[in-house]
Design a protein around this ligand. Structure first.
Ligand code: SF4
Ligand code: SF4
Length: 344
């Protein structure tokens, strides 16, 4: 659509403008170099110089615990569908996490559409923020081409010297710009500054593992029987951290929770993990993925190979969260490098 500018000194006023209308969520510091997305009251609550938050913003699109149905027979209330929706502005989302939300959008809008997800998404305004440098050494966003903006936002902020250059991508973004009155027209000087920023990023961000994007699925196809899976399976604790923190993991379980008198109850959806032993267990106690090596291989193929067949995209954004949070120090970049080395 269009490009506009906002002075850095006006960012606090923008947050106040947004917060007066909706709940605003952004990156906040937890100390010890850890960050999370949480509700902010004012601009001062934000930590815009942040590394990927512990949980990605997917928690606002598919909550960890969500009621799908409820009933209360004591009031004559039969089973009723529930959609938990909240008007939200998500501020300061990095390009890797925008890519993660785009992956979830593709999955949940596939047939049959997930109405709960789609409705929740339609009430969330997304404001992105460009990274000028790597968050830390765990990130592998350049390998997946997610270090640059590729849509999926309403507004997108890129920091220049005195301003943020702001890309307007939707009517929702346009309305924020028009109604806040805080933005000005872009000039040639800022356009050139943005072009220089993008040029500099070409030097900073280089594919972290020497493999081309289009060759990644074939690597996983050709290394299906690799010893690498056995080796990382021996280290893995099956804790499920890597899937919980992953912006593109969406597996869930559905459970009925009746109250003790059986007159009231609800059906809930909760996050699940393919790394848990019970995940692929079926009646009779058989399991499709009995060993930790099987489950690790599945997770990697589920990121880098299977979605390419179904959705024509890799489901890793390069955020580095799985490597950052793994207690067994199983590192995604090292795993890909080991597979490449073994294949030769
Ligand atoms: S976080 Fe690490 S130890 Fe836990 S399931 Fe994932 S790979 Fe295994
Ligand atoms: S697989 Fe790891 S690096 Fe890739 S998106 Fe998931 S958490 Fe991020």
């Amino acid at each position: 659509m269009a490009q506009v500018l906002i002075k850095k000194s006006q960012l606090a006023a923008l947050i106040s403008f947004l917060a007066a209308r909706r709940k605003v969520v952004g990156p906040v510091s937890l100390g010890h170099g850890q960050f999370k997305f949480a509700e902010i009251g004012t601009f001062d609550d934000l930590a815009l110089d942040y590394i990927p938050t512990i949980l990605p913003p997917k928690k606002y699109f598919m909550p960890q615990h969500e009621t799908l149905l409820k009933y209360d027979l004591s009031r004559g209330q039969e089973m009723q569908a529930v959609v938990e929706v909240e008007e939200l502005v998500l501020f300061g989302v990095h390009t890797c996490d925008l890519a993660g939300i785009q992956c979830l959008n593709v999955v949940f809008s596939d047939r049959p559409k997930d109405i709960n997800y789609m409705l929740r998404k339609s009430h969330i305004t997304l404001i992105g923020l460009e990274c000028k440098d790597y968050c830390d050494s765990y990130a592998n966003c350049a390998m997946l081409r997610n270090h640059l903006p590729k849509g999926g936002y309403d507004l997108f902020f890129s920091e220049l010297s005195d301003y943020y250059s702001v890309d307007i991508n939707t009517r929702e973004g346009e309305l924020i710009v028009e109604e806040s009155g805080l933005f000005t027209a872009v000039t040639v000087a800022e356009q050139e500054e943005l072009a220089a920023l993008r040029q500099a990023k070409k030097q900073t961000f280089k594919s972290e593992v020497p493999i081309r994007y289009q060759d990644i699925p074939r690597l996983f196809d050709e290394t299906f029987e690799s010893d690498v899976w056995t080796k990382i399976g021996e280290k893995c604790l099956s804790c499920g951290n890597c899937t919980n923190v992953c912006p593109t993991c969406y597996c869930f379980d559905v459970m009925d929770e009746p109250e003790l008198d059986l007159t009231k109850g609800r059906r809930v959806r909760v996050w699940d993990s393919c790394q848990h032993e019970n995940f692929a267990k079926i009646a009779g106690g058989e399991s499709f993925r009995e060993t930790r090596a099987d489950r690790k291989r599945h997770r990697f193929n589920r990121k880098f190979r299977y979605p390419m067949v179904r959705y024509k995209r890799v489901f890793c954004t390069g955020c580095g969260r799985c490597s950052r949070s793994c207690m067994a120090k199983i590192d995604l970049k090292e795993t890909i490098s080991a597979l490449m080395e073994e294949r030769g």
